[in-house]
Design a protein around this ligand. Structure first.
Ligand code: PLP
Length: 401
C-alpha cells in the first residue's frame, strides 16, 4: 500500500468492520495470496484450504490455465453485453452443454446461484402456468425473492412482505410425502441432490427417483440446484448424473468460473422455446471474462482427469478421517459432511490451529469439506493426522459440555 492510503498497515478485518455491513461472521486471518490448495495469510501463515471459498475454488488457486484464460481475455476484450454474440460465449455454452445430460441443450448465463434459481423458478411458472413450488426441507437456494422463498427456514431473514408463489416443503427422503404432495397444481420441484449448506447431506437415490417419476407424471418441472454440487464436485460433472437422473432444469454457479463470478441455467429445447427477446435478461451474464473462465474450468477438469481425482480423494477421506471427533461421513465426492461428536465449530477451530481450513454448516454437528478438486493425497493425510490429535468425546466429556 502507498502513502495515499491513510489506512495502510491497519488490520483489514477492523477496517471492513467499520465500512461494510456486519452480515458475515469472519475467520481470524486475512488471506494475502494463495497457490494450489494453500492460502498464505498477511502474517505469513500457510493454511490448507479445504473450504474453497464456499466451494468456488474448483481448481485451487493460481491454476495456470484459468489465470491464463482470464488474463488473456481481459486484455483482448474485457466486456461486451448480450447485445452482441461473442466467440468466447459460444464456446462456453458449447463446453457446458457438452458435459451436461444430452437432453439439456440450451443455456442462459447469469451471475450467481440465487440469480440462476430465480430464473429457473420463473421459467417453471411461465412454462407450466402454475403458481405453486415444492422444495425439500433443509435445502438452501439463495437469498433473493424466489430463491429465498424455497429455502428452508428462510423466515428468519427473508424480509420481503410476501412470497412470489405458494411454497411447500417435502420432508427430505420421505418418498411417501413426495408421492402425496406432487400433483398437477405444482409448477416445479427444486432440489439439491446433495444438500450443501445443510451439511453435505446426500438425498437417497430412491427419494430423487421418486421426485423424477412423480414430476414427469404430473407435468411438473424438476429443477436440480447444482450450484454447490455441480462442476465436478461430486465426482461427476453434475451430481444427478451419479443417479442417472435427468432433470428438466439444472442451475450451476460457484465452481463454474473457478472464482470468476458466473452462473448458468441449463434447460431442454422445449422449455427454451417459451422465451423470446425481452423475456429474460442479465447485463453481466455470459460476459467474456466469465465465459473464458468457464471454458478453462471445464477443460481443466477434463484434461487433468479431476473427476477421477475427486473420487480417489473421497475414498481416502472416507478411509482415513473417520477418527478423533468424526463419527460418520456423509455426502458425495468432495462435498462431504464430517458428522462430529461435538459442535462442529469446535472442530473447525481446532483444525485451524493445525493450519487447516474447513467449514461449518446449518447442522451444528456437521463440518463441511469443500476442497478444491485438485486436492492431493498428502492434503488428506494432513487432515487425518490433525483429526487424530483430537480425542473422541467420552460419555463424561459429552455430559459436562
Ligand atoms: C445449493 C445452493 N444454491 C444456491 C446458492 C446461492 O448461491 P449464490 O450465493 O451464488 O447466490 C447456494 C450458496 O451457497 C447454494 O449452496
Amino acid at each position: 500500500m502507498t502513502a495515499q492510503n491513510p489506512h495502510a498497515g491497519t488490520d483489514a478485518r477492523a477496517r471492513e468492520a467499520r465500512t461494510t455491513l456486519s452480515v458475515y461472521g469472519q475467520l481470524p486471518f486475512v488471506p494475502e495470496r494463495a497457490a494450489g490448495c494453500d492460502i498464505i495469510t498477511s502474517d505469513g501463515r500457510h493454511i490448507l484450504d479445504l473450504y474453497g471459498g464456499h466451494a468456488v475454488a474448483a481448481l485451487g488457486y493460481g491454476h495456470p490455465r484459468l489465470v491464463g484464460a482470464v488474463s488473456e481475455q481481459s486484455t483482448r476484450l474485457l466486456f461486451q453485453s448480450n447485445a452482441v454474440a461473442l466467440e468466447v460465449r459460444a464456446r462456453a455454452a458449447e463446453k457446458l452443454l457438452g458435459v451436461a445430460p444430452d437432453a439439456l441443450s440450451r443455456v442462459f448465463f447469469v451471475n450467481s446461484g440465487a440469480e440462476a434459481n430465480e430464473n429457473a423458478l420463473r421459467m417453471a411458472c411461465v412454462v407450466t402456468r402454475r403458481s405453486k413450488v415444492l422444495a425439500v426441507t433443509h435445502g438452501f437456494h439463495g437469498r433473493t425473492a424466489a430463491a429465498g422463498a424455497v429455502t428452508w427456514n428462510s423466515s428468519k431473514w427473508y424480509g420481503f412482505p410476501a412470497r412470489p408463489f405458494d411454497v411447500d416443503f417435502i420432508p427430505r427422503d420421505d418418498c411417501e410425502a413426495a408421492e402425496r404432495m406432487i400433483g398437477r397444481d405444482v409448477a416445479a420441484v427444486i432440489v439439491e441432490p446433495v444438500q450443501g449448506v445443510a451439511g453435505a447431506y446426500d438425498l437417497s437415490a430412491e427419494f430423487l427417483e421418486t421426485l423424477r417419476r412423480r414430476t414427469q407424471h404430473d407435468g411438473v418441472l424438476m429443477i436440480a440446484d447444482e450450484v454447490q454440487s455441480g462442476i465436478g464436485r461430486c465426482g461427476r460433472f453434475f451430481a444427478m448424473q451419479a443417479h442417472g437422473i435427468v432433470p428438466d432444469i439444472i442451475t450451476s454457479a460457484k465452481a463454474l468460473g473457478g472464482g470468476i463470478p458466473c452462473a448458468a441455467v441449463l434447460v431442454r429445447d422445449d422449455i427454451a422455446a417459451h422465451f423470446g427477446p425481452g423475456d429474460l435478461g442479465s447485463t453481466f451474464g455470459g460476459g467474456p471474462v466469465a465465459a473464458a473462465a468457464i471454458v478453462a474450468v471445464i477443460e481443466s477438469i477434463e484434461r487433468e482427469d479431476l473427476l477421477q481425482n475427486v473420487r480417489d480423494r473421497e475414498a481416502e477421506i472416507r478411509n482415513r478421517c473417520l477418527r478423533g471427533p468424526v463419527k460418520k461421513i456423509q455426502g458425495m465426492g468432495l462435498l462431504l459432511g464430517l458428522v462430529c461428536d461435538r459442535p462442529a465449530v469446535e472442530v473447525r477451530n481446532a483444525l485451524l490451529e493445525h493450519d487447516i481450513l474447513t467449514g461449518t454448516s446449518a447442522d451444528p454437528e456437521v463440518l463441511r469439506i469443500l476442497a478444491p478438486l485438485v486436492l492431493e493425497s498428502r492434503h488428506v493425510e494432513h487432515l487425518a493426522d490433525a483429526l487424530g490429535t483430537l480425542a473422541p468425546a467420552t460419555d463424561n466429556t459429552r455430559k459436562t459440555r
